[in-house]
Design a protein around this ligand. Structure first.
Ligand code: ABC
Ligand code: CA
Length: 524
């Protein structure tokens, strides 16, 4: 092999070994943030009224200064809102602080910092073995004026680069969904003509360059169902990294089609019954169980590699729908015991309760980034438990989660048990003052196995058949791991061990003492 060719091959190998693939992402856990609302460079905390829909000052440097906060909760990836320039000035829906109104694909939104700052953020993340996911918008360019000033766009600056104006009015008409314009009369989201070869090539080169320039490890793709499916495979391979698409739709079959053209999708079909299931005590948890099984068979890779979430920047925050803390804990827990990659939307850990856009985009600096807080600890424990499960069972990430009731529940259910060995999770929507019981004929463990609920640090032993029966009077979820999966390094329930205060306000149950004794002996 000639020297030049050898160099070319080795530099290619070098580049490709840096790019994170779908499987590199599977074990990860993602913290989603809106850059403008996360942290300022100088650490100050200015006023930020969400209803004003204005820039509040968050930056990439601000994020860099708070990576400990994110990493301490057990996240090993962040997803940042779109980075390219949006139009300046105020529209009927305010300023482009969220990033979803691109105007110039080749310049960065200077409100968030410089290209050097973004590179520094990627570098700081990589140093911690964390990944950077960037949100990208390719369906439209945006303008606050109509008719749009096409010449102000870059690179598509001719009217003929776009589909003729028509607003999407019928979401069941797929041609309309793909070729008409999202948005409304107030802010035009001008639909790019993604049928033209020249435009397709431009987008493919653009994404390759963006990922390369800023050492991006994965991309979240906006408005995926608004572009024909066969646009996506080349776009995804040009990016060279993990691709996850937003297909905002409640039907598994509809969303499944997109799992064949991208690495993965955001799991919206699960999100709908997740929210409905835990929002009130009348929610139906069997719908949630059903969608898991349906998507496992409909999606290209089952639910592996999809991303599972309770909140995001488009939907009302969960605590705006219910103020019951037990139901909230159940809902927050679900994405962590699911087959996909869990995503937590910034502020969820602080109990933020904003309603629909724009109220759900609160500034995080008002929280003081406090870590000594129940929800923060809850999330940290869930991240830790998932990692402990991955360590305990090398097949954990490729083992499909199953309803553990032994049958597929048909009735309206207020409890749900799911098994993903070595994890067993129990859910209920009865709320903090409700009572419920779980009967699990097959826990996924053999008889007389000690399981520890990582959320309360209490121990339960399976019966001689490996099943279990237990009840609740506080409505909290349980996430069980075998005691043998805990170790000094994963630190789960370790505080309870050292302080011995595991049973709130009461004596430690004898069962607990037995469990702790065997756990302590494990540590020695
Ligand atoms: C602005 C204002 C809002 C105002 C809105 C009309 O205009 O800020 O207050 O209500 C960005 C900004 C937004 C901004 C929009 C429009 O641009 O973030 O603040 O809203 O200017 C992505 C992003 C999102 C982003 C864009 C645009 C796209 O995540 O942040 O928004 O780049 C559609 C798209 C979806 C998109 C979403 C906002 O709109 O498909 O990609 N998200 C139905 C349709 C969905 C549709 C949804 C809109 O309505 O099927 O396609 O999403 O709410 C279920 C049904 C669903 C149904 C839902 C609502 O109900 O099964 O099909 O979804 O039961
Ligand atoms: Ca389109």
């Amino acid at each position: 092999m000639g020297l030049l060719k050898a160099l070319a091959v080795s530099s290619f190998l070098f580049v490709s070994s840096l790019a994170a693939s779908a499987s590199d992402w599977h074990s990860r856990s993602i913290y989603q943030l809106v850059t403008d609302r996360f942290a300022l460079t100088d650490g100050s905390g200015p006023a930020c009224n969400t209803e004003d829909r204005k820039y509040c000052g968050g930056t990439y440097r601000g994020i860099m200064n708070h990576l400990d906060y994110i990493q301490n909760m057990g996240f090993d990836a962040i997803w940042v809102s779109p980075v390219v320039s949006t139009f300046e000035g105020s529209s009927a829906y305010g300023e482009g602080y969220h990033g979803y109104w691109p105007q110039d694909l080749y310049s960065l939104n200077s409100h968030f910092g410089t290209g050097e700052d973004l590179k520094a953020l990627a570098g700081a993340l990589h140093k911690r073995n964390m990944y950077l996911m960037v949100d990208v918008v390719v369906n439209h360019l945006a303008s606050k004026d109509f008719p749009p000033p096409f010449s102000s766009f870059n690179p598509f600056n001719r009217e003929s680069d776009f589909h003729p104006r028509c607003l999407i009015t019928d979401y069941n008409n797929q041609t309309q969904v793909e070729q008409c314009w999202l948005g409304d009369d107030k802010v035009a989201l001008i639909d790019v003509n993604t049928e033209k070869d020249e435009i397709i090539n431009t987008y493919n080169n653009w994404i390759k360059t963006l990922v390369g320039n800023y050492s991006v490890d994965g991309i979240r793709i906006d408005t995926v169902k608004h572009i024909r499916k066969d646009f996506w495979p080349n776009f995804a391979s040009s990016s060279g990294v993990y691709t996850i698409g937003e297909v905002l739709h409640n039907e598994t079959d509809y969303v499944a089609g997109y799992t064949h053209v991208l690495d993965a999708v955001l799991d919206y079909p699960t999100w709908f019954p997740l929210v409905a299931g835990f929002q009130t005590q009348f929610g139906n948890l069997s719908s949630l169980a059903r969608v898991i099984t349906t998507s496992q068979s409909a999606y290209k890779n089952g639910l592996f590699g999809t991303a599972s979430f309770l909140e995001n920047h488009d939907q009302p925050r969960f605590p705006s729908l219910t103020n019951d803390t037990a139901r909230l804990r159940n809902a927050i827990t679900f994405p962590f015991v699911h087959d996909g990659i869990p995503i937590v939307y910034y502020g969820q850990e602080q109990g933020y309760a904003g309603g629909p856009d724009p109220a759900n985009r609160e500034a995080l600096w008002f929280s003081g980034y406090v870590q000594d807080k129940d929800l923060v600890k809850h999330i940290k424990t869930l991240n830790g438990a998932r990692k402990a499960a991955i360590t305990a069972n090398s097949q954990f990430l490729s083992t499909a989660v199953r309803p553990a009731t032994g049958h597929f529940p048909d009735l309206l259910e207020t409890t749900l048990a799911v098994s993903k060995p070595p994890m067993l999770a129990l859910f209920t929507n009865v709320g903090s003052s409700g009572t419920a019981s779980w009967k699990v004929p097959k826990s996924g463990h053999s008889g007389n196995t000690q399981l520890i609920d990582v959320l309360s640090c209490t121990i339960l032993t399976t019966n001689s058949d490996g099943g279990l029966t237990t009840n609740t009077t506080n409505g909290l979820p349980r996430v069980y791991l075998p005691v043998s999966a805990l170790s000094a390094s994963n630190k789960i329930c370790i505080n309870n061990l050292s302080t011995g205060n595991s049973a709130p306000g009461g004596a430690m149950p004898s069962l607990m003492l037995v469990g702790l004794a065997s756990f302590v002996s494990l540590l020695m």
